[in-house]
Design a protein around this ligand. Sequence first.
Ligand code: SF4
Length: 102
Amino acid sequence: MSAQKGHAMKSSQIQRRQFLKLGSAALAIIPVIAFSGRAAAAINAAMRASLKYQDKPEGEKRCANCAQFVPGKTAKDRGGCKLMPGDTEISPQGYCIAWTKK
Ligand code: SF4
């Protein structure tokens, strides 16, 4: 009987250890997800260079009033551009030579 009890305790200790292991693995994943969330912000350097993108407006011409602009969450947030695939860091105050009146 005491051998059974000992076995039961051992089993529950193992389960507890597995649980703790899983818990610490889950905690270890959290910073990775947070990091990859930030890593999702990307620029399309090749297209920026070929379209001579700049982070400031050219007179009244700016991404915010360009037909190609894909706005971010708010009017001040960075967004995307239909001509720059994968780029999530287009400033509403930016400009490039492909500017097209909205
Ligand atoms: Fe901005 Fe140029 Fe894209 Fe228009 S085409 S949104 S000006 S980067």
